[in-house]
Design a protein around this ligand. Structure first.
Ligand code: FAD
Ligand code: NAG
Ligand code: NAG
Length: 534
């Protein structure tokens, strides 16, 4: 079973550290506002007006600013510790001054872009903290001549896709399916989507980046050096600095793509479908992404519904012929396929079943916020028919937890596992995402659903990767190890670090120790720096 989080212990240690190591530190809420503002003013440029960008708890719009990009209702309850301040920079210089001041005052800095962290790590902490909220950094500049885009960290993926589409119908970018996800977390932590088998991850297309480091300097690829540039393409930005922007290479998309969804319950032989899916989805044509969603449902009786959701970078006739041969149990017919432009496939994949137009991709509040918890696993050998039947039984008993199988293969097999910090390349057939979402309020409901997802994850042990049992960093999961020693997190870091990054963890620690030796940029699952010997 999982190691329980020792939160009370965690809290004590942090508060203690803060008092010991920072004589200037103050946890008094009124004075922190003035202290922080004064510090910012002392670093001002001619045009800077800091009083417009700092929200203390007493400010009328504090709660709405805090909640605007808090995308998990588990972390918006009144019992959750609030930041001392939310700083909402509008210029790069604001970001530099915020880093310098948080460091000199001795408060923890949490960086938020899209706020989609599954454990709220960008906007919750047990230590006294300040949020640096990047939502004003939303510009996406597309340069078709060079087939690149400069994307600011606070942009959403929907904005990225929309701005590319405005300029070209035959260019796209491989990133996540959910348009409200932020670039700052998504790209710094890997970023995968339905073009992964053709083009790999988002980070495989990053050609430059701009970051504010712990000294408040703005660095780009040339000045940050190869190691740091490597680290912020999958190792998470928040351990290394504040990402201002990424420059990415665009990819080619055909004028017409095809999407479809096919559902089958157990009574319709879903088990055979899943057996065949495992043989086909990780090995088929790179242009084809066949996501498999498995949900416990009641259809007269309790059953499992298996849904195959697909994107094919080509026309319907071709994919119908291909799957007729490779995946006959799917029974794909031309009538089930929808041909459309790439951007419309983005809207389709976003589950905007409400007739939304392409403009909806710009809407950052399109989804309502529920409570949720996610976990992840990697599968390297197909699960047997009997294994699947046993899993269905467990899922039906639990009742609420869903599994999503995302097929790898294609380009994912070609990129070396140390090319970026993201280590899950060749040898992985698919990734499992565990998901449970709920609307019921209260601790009892939360405890029930968290226990369900943890149980299913535990039942899955025989079927998934081992030594380490690996996990996807961007599917943040504090169950797999939490930093309970604050800045001094070297021991804790080994636990989650190996599972997210495997052999790449070592290089991440080395980079971290070079660029942020004192571990100013730390959080619950940050990359630790080598212990400083007294
Ligand atoms: C509904 C939903 C769908 C998702 N779908 C996918 C998917 O299809 N594919 C996929 O790969 N992932 C997916 N994810 C996971 C997503 O990629 C991660 O949660 C990602 O980290 C979110 O980025 P963010 O900027 O929105 O989050 P935030 O909560 O703002 O940040 C996440 C982490 O990154 C850090 N960070 C944020 N901005 C910066 C910055 N500018 N500089 C330095 N550090 C920063 C934060 O401090 C935090 O540690 C999904 C998440 C959700 C909630
Ligand atoms: C917060 O409140 C202070 C004091 O009333 C005010 O001066 C400041 O402008 C407010 N900040 C914002 C961002 O509105
Ligand atoms: C399920 O499989 C059985 C055995 O192969 C077959 O006879 C039956 O027609 C299938 N049912 C459906 C709904 O496809």
């Amino acid at each position: 079973m999982e190691k329980p989080n020792s939160l009370p212990f965690f809290l004590c240690v942090i508060v203690l550290l803060l008092h010991v190591s920072n004589s200037q530190a103050t946890t008094s809420r009124d004075s922190i506002y003035h202290t922080f503002l004064q510090c910012l003013q002392s670093h001002r440029n001619q045009q800077d007006h800091f009083s417009n960008i700092v929200y203390a708890q007493a400010n009328a719009s504090f709660t709405s600013v805090l909640r605007a990009f808090a995308r998990n209702a588990r972390f918006t309850s009144p019992f959750i510790q609030k930041p001392l301040l939310v700083v909402t920079p509008v210029s790069e210089h604001h970001v530099q001054a915020t880093v310098v001041c948080a460091k000199s005052i001795g408060v923890q800095l949490k960086i938020r872009s899209g706020g989609h962290d599954f454990e709220g790590v960008s906007y919750v902490s047990q230590a006294p903290f300040v949020i640096l909220d990047m939502f004003n950094f939303q510009s996406v500049t597309v340069d078709l001549q060079n087939e690149i885009a400069v994307i600011q960290a606070g942009a959403s993926l929907g904005q990225v896709y929309y701005r590319i589409w405005e300029k070209s119908k035959v260019h796209g970018f491989p990133a996540g399916a959910c348009p409200t996800v932020g670039v700052g977390g998504h790209l710094s932590g890997g970023g995968y989507g339905n073009m992964m088998r053709k083009y790999g991850l988002s980070v495989d297309h990053v050609v430059d980046a701009k970051i504010v480091d712990v000294k408040g300097r703005i660095l780009d690829k040339a000045t940050m050096g190869e190691d740091l540039f490597w680290a912020i393409r999958g190792g998470g930005g928040a351990s290394f600095g504040v990402i201002l922007s990424y420059t990415v290479k665009l990819v080619a998309v055909p004028e017409r793509v095809t999407v479809f969804q096919v559902d089958k319950t157990l009574e319709q032989n879903a088990t055979d479908l899943v057996v065949q899916w495992q043989q086909v989805a990780p090995h088929t044509d790179d242009r084809l992404f066949l996501r498999l969603v498995l949900q416990p449902v009641v259809k007269g009786q309790k059953t499992i519904r298996a849904s195959v959701e697909a994107l094919f970078l080509g026309e319907a006739n071709e994919v119908v012929t291909l799957l007729g041969k490779e995946f006959p149990l799917l029974g794909l017919k031309k009538e089930l396929c929808h041909e459309m432009g790439w951007i419309d496939s983005v809207v389709w994949w976003a589950n905007y079943n409400d007739g939304s137009s392409v403009n909806a991709l710009l809407d950052r509040n399109h989804y309502s916020v529920h409570s949720n918890k996610r976990k992840s696993d990697y599968v390297q050998t197909p699960i047997s028919r009997n294994g699947l039947i046993w899993i269905w039984k467990k899922m039906t008993e639990l009742g609420k937890v869903e599994l999503v199988f995302n097929p790898y293969g294609g380009k994912m097999n070609e990129v070396p596992s140390d090319a970026t910090p993201f280590p899950h390349r060749a040898g992985n057939l698919y990734k499992i995402q565990y998901t449970v979402s709920w609307q019921e309020a209260g601790a009892a409901a939360e405890a029930r659903f968290l226990s369900q997802i943890r149980m299913l994850h535990s039942y899955m042990t025989p079927f998934v990767s081992k030594n380490p049992r690996s996990a996807y960093f961007n599917y943040r999961d504090l169950d797999i190890g939490i930093n309970s020693h604050g800045k001094d997190n070297f021991q804790d870091g080994q636990v989650y670090g190996i599972r997210y990054f495997k052999k790449n963890f070592e290089r991440l620690v080395k980079v971290k120790s070079e660029v942020d030796r004192e571990n100013f940029f730390w959080n619950e699952q940050s990359i630790p720096s080598y212990p400083i010997k007294a």
